[in-house]
Design a protein around this ligand. Structure first.
Ligand code: ACO
Length: 321
């Protein structure tokens, strides 16, 4: 028995914003952003929400798998930008999808959120509790970006991706590794709602992303290859056995650094960040869906998924497609 991804889907907001568009807002240039990050444009919400994007992505994943919403037993939404504190985004998605029998809840592990949700769902299915799980990574990061900060506003995009996971007799997920390091939480943070009550005169938090880019960069280039190596050792594979590395899309230079440390050619690291930017928990499932729909994923291929982000959190998953 294994647990296998049997369908993928994704959804992006309609509006696309180029680096040139951003240069109208802050002092930056297409050349600077492309050179430092690899990002050329991103999709930004003009009304789409974490819930509406996740619903669209989930519908496509179900269609791709040939399943209906009423068959879904578990529904997880990984997000760090939900519209509501309560109810959770997953319950809203459940209602709009009509997945009446699914238990639904959210999970926030920032950019590693989708991977952590995948691991959670896998554990439930492995334990025999559920037969299947629909997992979405959905973000509207544009709500928590300080649009006057050129150091962060050029990096992020909005979007959602989803996969359907099911118990299977075919080879599927081989193994996982997850890590968290809360002591480094300050290098990438965003406060939640402002503390505002009759007993406080000044707001004491800052509800926008603040980042020490160099620290995040160094962390990703050091920890992600180590985590991928740990995962592959666990399932008795080597980097050379892997057909594709589907990594969190934060920065092209980070991915190049990881490829170098693993001694694996860049051709095995597909990227879409030039068109979508960093979509946090949506990055991996959107890229996976694009690869699936382009016919680049063939049955039996070995893939490594790896996410990393605020927390700090990071993890990797090895699987057979
Ligand atoms: N356009 C033009 N100049 C800029 C911009 C911009 N958009 N942003 C910063 N600069 C300037 C800075 O002000 C600074 O100017 P100064 O030298 O006059 O002070 C100069 O460029 C260098 O700034 P650094 O921050 O040192 O630039 P760096 O080369 O480190 O690149 C970057 C910044 C792209 C953010 C890089 O650190 C990075 O990619 N870090 C990884 C962080 C990341 O990807 N985060 C995404 C979220 S985390 C996640 O998803 C895991």
């Amino acid at each position: 028995m294994s647990v296998k991804i049997i369908g993928t889907g994704s959804a992006l907001p309609q509006k696309e914003i180029t680096n040139e568009d951003l240069a109208q807002l802050v002092e930056t240039s297409d050349e600077w952003v492309r050179e430092r990050t690899g990002i050329g444009s991103r999709h930004i919400s003009t009304g789409e929400t974490v819930v509406s994007l996740a619903v669209r992505a989930c519908e496509k994943a179900l269609e791709n798998a040939g399943k209906t919403a009423s068959e879904v037993e578990m529904l997880l939404v990984a997000t760090c930008t939900p519209e509501r504190g309560i109810p959770c985004a997953a319950c809203q998605v459940q209602s709009q999808l009509g997945a009446a029998d699914a238990v639904a809840f959210d999970l926030n592990a920032a950019c590693a959120g989708f991977l952590f949700a995948l691991h959670t769902a896998w554990a439930y299915i492995e334990a025999g509790i559920y037969e299947n799980a629909l997992i979405a990574g959905s973000e509207v990061l544009s709500k928590i970006i300080d649009w006057t900060d050129r150091g962060t506003c050029v990096l992020f995009g909005d979007g959602a991706g989803a996969v359907l996971l099911e118990r299977s007799n075919m080879p599927g997920i081989l193994g996982f590794v997850q890590h968290s390091d809360g002591t480094k939480g300050e290098v990438l943070k965003c406060d939640s709602r402002q503390l505002k009550n009759p007993y406080i005169s000044e707001p004491i938090n800052f509800p926008y992303v603040q980042m020490d880019g160099r620290e995040v960069f160094a962390f990703a280039v050091r920890q992600v290859p180590a985590c991928i190596t740990e995962t592959l050792q666990k399932v008795q594979l080597t980097p050379g056995d892997v057909d594709l590395f589907v990594l969190h899309q934060a920065n092209k230079r980070i991915i190049e650094g990881i490829s170098k440390r693993l001694s694996v050619e860049m051709e095995k690291f597909p990227m879409n960040l030039d068109r979508v930017g960093n979509m946090s928990s949506a990055a991996i499932p959107v890229l996976l869906d694009e690869l699936n729909r382009e016919g680049r994923l063939r049955e039996g291929m070995t893939l490594v998924l790896s996410g990393f982000g605020a927390g700090l959190t990071y993890g990797a998953c090895a699987l057979r497609w």
